[in-house]
Design a protein around this ligand. Sequence first.
Ligand SMILES: [Zn+2]
Length: 455
Amino acid sequence: MQSSSVTTETVLLNGAILADPTDCRVLPHEKTVIVGDKLEHVNVPNDSQTIEARTIDCSGCLIMPGLVNAHTHAAMSLLRGVADDLPLEQWLNDYIFPAEGKYVSTDFVYLGTLLSAMEMALAGITTFADGYFHMESAATAATEIGLRSIVAQGILDVPAPDAPTPGSWLARVQTFLADCPRNSLVTPALFCHSTYLCGPDTIRQASEMAQENGLLLFSHVGETLWEVSEVRSRYGLHPVELLKRENALCKDFVAVHATHVGGEEIRVLAESGAGAVHCPESNMKLASGAAPIVQLLNSGIPTGMGTDGPASNNNLDLLEELRTASYAAKLTSMDPIALNAKELVAMATMGGARVLGLEDKIGSLQAGKLADVIIVDMDAPHLTPVYDPVSHLVYSAKGSDVRDVIVNGRLVVRNRGINTVDEGTVKKDVRNFAGRIAADLGLGTEYGARMFNER
Ligand SMILES: [Zn+2]
C-alpha cells in the first residue's frame, strides 16, 4: 500500500457501537476501519495487523453515526440574542429582517457559518442543511470546518440581502448555481422561505429550477397559525395545498416545521414523497405551536430533526433538541410513551439522511458508506451509570459529551477540540463583527455584554 493510503486510514478500537439507528441496538465494539472517506470495515474482530494507521481508543465511549441537522440558518449565529421573547412575525419584521438588510454580506455569512459549523461539529453534527443568503460563502465556511453541508440559496419576493429588487432572486439563483461547488461535502439546494414571502409564480419557478437541476427545495411550511390564515386569505388554500397546486411537492421537497398541518395536509405530503423537519425548540421559543410529530412519523413521511437558526433556538445542540422533542410530544399528547428515545435517535441520523436524499451514503455505520462517525464519551457524572446508552443520548447527554468527530474520513474534532480551524481566532473575529452590530443597534451596554465581547 502506498503511504498516501496508509495516512488516510483510521482505526477505531473498543467501546460500544450503535451502527444501525433504525434498530438502535448497541453492541460491544472491537474494530472499525476507515480508509479514505469510507467505512471499510465496521465492528470486525480485532485480529488483523494494521500498521501505521491512526488508532483511536474508544473505551468508555459510544461510536455512532454523525448527527444530521436537517434545518438551520447557520450564519444567524451573528444575530444570536439580538432579539428574543417575541412572536415570529414581530421577531422577523421588527428585528431580524432589518438587521439582515443592514449587515448580511458575504463576510457576515462566511463568519457566521464558520462559527455555527464549529459549534455543530463540536456537538456531533456531521451534516447540516442550511438555508440563507450568499450561500457560496456558507459552502466555503462549512468546507473549511470540514462538515458535510446542503447549502440552500434563499428566495424571497421581498428584498433580500443578496437580491435587493423584486424578481432579482432568479438572477441570484443562476449565479449561485454557477458558482457554488458541488462535491462530496457540498450540495447546493434552493430555499423558498415560505408561502407568505414567496408568491405562487416564484414557488412554481423555483420548484421547476430545483427539479431541472436535481436539487432539494426547502420551505417553511405551516410554521404558525398566522401563516396558515394569511395564505388562506390570499389564495383560499392551506400552504400545503398551494405548494401542491404549484407542483412543488415531490420527493425532493422538504417541508420545514410542518407545525400546523392536519390529517389532509399530512396525507398530501406523504403521497408526494416530500420530507419534513421537526424543529421543536424554535417552535416552542417563538410559541409557533407543536408539530403533529407522531402523526408525521406514522404517515411514513421521512422526518428529520433540525435546530432551526441559532437566533431562534438559541444553540445548535441537536442532542438537546431530541430531549426537547420528546418532552414536547409527551406533554402535548399527555402520553409518556409518545416519541421514544429510539425514534428520536433514528430521526437525528437516518431520518435526516432520508430527508436529504443521502440515506445510501450516511445515517448509519455500514461498510461502503461515507465515514461520518461520532464518538460519545459516556464517562461524565450526568451519564453515570449506563443502563441504556440510547436513553442517555436523548435524556441525559449534551453536545459537549461528543469527544471525537469524523466527517468524510477526516478527523474534524479530537478530544473536544476542533482540528480544522483555530477556535480562538474565529471567536475573536466574531466578537469584532458583533461589536459593530451592537454599537450600531445600541445593544450590549446595559447587560454588561461588553466585558465579554471586548476580549
Ligand atoms: Zn427556519
